[in-house]
Design a protein around this ligand. Structure first.
Ligand SMILES: NC(=O)c1ccc[n+]([C@@H]2O[C@H](COP(=O)([O-])OP(=O)(O)OC[C@H]3O[C@@H](n4cnc5c(N)ncnc54)[C@H](O)[C@@H]3O)[C@@H](O)[C@H]2O)c1
Ligand SMILES: N[C@@H](CCC=O)C(=O)O
Length: 543
């Protein structure tokens, strides 16, 4: 069923369009933005290929213009979640039997549709629904989403081709079965590519999913779901079920058919769901596979040998692009006393050029944070820093939610390396700096390693190679994605497989074969060509 007679060619990463003034692509994107902003969608559930409307509705708004309603959506109740489980289990039989190349061909077509026919619409839906500037939307969906689909097809060929040795007279095989049961894909707001991949990597390996999208990413996620259907994804392979996460989690984790849980989001949500799965363990047919990529407290560590302008640029890009709402965003920096004065003034010069506002104005680099609870939480942390004797807000610090959820790029400096905003994840445009004594480089590396529970991304800036080697050693487990002389964001599928450990997740590296392998349940098959007829072994011949 899953033989590997065919292998997809190694793809190239989808080229990122620049949307420069006067370009054709900019005109196309503006058209798509205009079209979407003048429509209002109704988003149903999609269960077993059928659109389901519950009448229990909510609204999707633009974060940068929150009076503008982009869509109303229907919320699932317990009944719809059960219907989705049934639909996923029904579709599992045929989908698992379909040869993997046929499954992959559907996903390849989805990638092509997104890279061509729907490129600008997908980008515009991410810009408007999740408040990303054109470039930030472009690197998410279309580009990363398409890369996940194409590269996973390529990696799957290697997995299916990996077969055991067969001695003379025997045929040994490995059958890469999908999991026995459905996969629950619980997806975050900040990357449409990740939301898609949390479904499509299990789907490629023959699984079916229940997709609980984040309400604040529903707009682009629904468009992508429609494109999957247009690409030929059979009914019930992905069941799109928006609604209240806690209700859905309760019903799904109680199902004996839960085969896997594929998650990206906060550490707190992941821990909660893992706890629910643990509590229901006795009831499952198989141990559910659990893969989760979670929060981060990502760092930039600067050695005294670093050029200051490179560091300042990495801080501005790494901390403030997409308003710091990347799991990889730089949110703490360790800077030597000898360099802080220059770096501080260069950050100031750069921030004076940064404009903030609506995504439809292409001169804005920074847009809105995702919603009101997030705005309130980030502002509360900034206020905490303003009133603390251990910290000072040196840039930004103001927010305004009257039109959209806008927060200025904010830099806090603290004298306490364990200050609240140095150790806790804060999902917004805020970075906290700890200025260390140049002589205490190694000691401060140890502080960086031990003071936060997360281990997702981090970077070291230095010209001195020995200092880099020391940082690599001391920070061995402090980051699953480690950068040298670069910002800690912007991992690209197939180039920097992504994920972290400790409180940042199971580190199953999205965008690599390591992730795909988690969605298989291998059956090892031995066939003996001419079975023996004598039970005796030669040693039995003599005392
Ligand atoms: N490590 C990574 O690769 C990675 C990538 C992207 C985002 N993230 C993390 O994601 C977080 C931001 O995303 P978010 O705000 O969407 O995360 P979140 O945990 O709030 O939500 C993720 C999903 O879980 C659902 N959910 C929330 N509480 C639930 C509950 N009690 N039961 C069931 N479902 C529940 C949400 O509705 C959403 O669909 C940050 O912590 C960020 O670091 C990590
Ligand atoms: N792949 C993205 C991280 C996604 C998390 O939100 C990056 O590396 O910046």
């Amino acid at each position: 069923m899953n033989n590997a007679l065919f292998k997809f060619q190694k793809p190239c990463n989808e080229p990122v369009k620049g949307y420069a003034p006067g370009s054709e692509e900019k005109a196309e994107l503006k058209k798509a933005l205009h079209r979407l902003a003048s429509e209002k969608w109704e988003i149903p559930l999609v269960i077993g290929g059928r659109e389901v409307r519950t009448g229990d509705t909510g609204e999707v708004v633009m974060p940068h213009d929150h009076r503008h309603v982009l869509a109303t959506y229907h919320k699932a109740g317990e009944k719809e979640v059960r219907m989705a489980i049934e639909a996923a289990m029904k579709a599992h039989r045929e989908w698992a039997r379909m040869p993997w190349v046929e499954r992959a061909s559907i996903l390849q077509r989805a990638a092509e549709l997104i890279a061509t026919k729907y490129r600008y619409l997908v980008n515009a839906s991410v810009m408007l629904g999740q408040s990303k500037n054109p470039f930030q939307a472009e690197i998410d969906a279309p580009c990363e989403l398409v890369d996940f689909l194409r590269f996973n097809n390529f990696f799957a060929g290697d997995i299916y081709a990996d077969q055991p040795c067969s001695e003379k007279g025997v045929i040994n095989r490995m059958e890469y079965r999908p999991l026995e049961g459905f996969v629950f894909a619980l997806t975050p707001f900040n990357f449409t590519a990740i939301a898609s991949n949390l479904n499509m990597s299990p789907v490629l390996m023959g699984n079916t999913t229940i997709w609980k999208p984040s309400t604040t990413a529903l707009y682009s996620n629904y468009l992508v779901m429609q494109i999957f259907r247009e690409a030929g994804l059979p009914d019930g392979v992905v069941n799109f079920v928006p609604g209240q996460g806690s209700l859905m989690g309760k019903v799904i984790t109680a199902s004996p058919d839960l085969g896997g849980f594929h998650f990206t989001g906060s550490t707190a949500t992941f821990n909660y769901l893992w706890g629910q799965i643990g509590a229901n363990l006795a009831g499952y047919k198989s141990y559910p596979r659990i893969v989760g990529e979670t929060g981060g407290k990502d760092f930039i560590f600067v050695h005294p040998s670093s050029p200051t302008t490179e560091v300042a640029a990495a801080i501005v890009r790494g901390a403030f692009e997409y308003q710091g709402q990347k799991c990889s965003a730089a949110s703490r920096a360790y800077i030597p006393k000898s360099l802080w004065g220059s770096i501080r003034s260069e950050i100031g010069d750069m921030l004076r050029e940064v404009k903030m506002g609506d995504v439809r104005d292409f001169t804005n680099l920074v847009n809105a944070v995702i919603d009101e609870p997030s705005f309130d939480n980030i502002m509360a942390n900034i206020e905490y820093a303003k009133h603390s004797s251990d910290a000072e807000v040196v840039f930004g610090g103001r927010g305004d939610k009257s039109v959209g959820y806008f927060i200025e790029p904010t830099v806090i400096v603290t004298t306490d390396p364990k200050f609240k905003t140095m150790v806790e994840e804060l999902f917004g445009p805020v970075i906290t700096v700890f200025v260390y004594d140049d002589a205490k480089y190694e000691e401060t590396l140890d502080l960086c390693d031990a003071s936060s529970p997360y281990a997702l991304t981090g970077s070291i800036f230095a010209r001195d190679r020995a200092a880099i080697t020391t940082a690599m050693e001391r920070l061995r487990y402090a980051a699953g994605n480690f950068y040298i002389n670069d910002k800690p964001t912007g991992a690209v599928v197939s180039q920097q497989p992504f994920g972290g450990s400790r409180a940042s997740g199971t580190n199953d590296k999205a965008g690599s074969a390591l992730n795909l392998i988690r969605w298989t349940n291998v059956r090892a098959i031995k066939e003996t060509l001419v079975p023996p007829t004598d039970f005796r072994y030669p040693f039995l011949g003599e005392k």
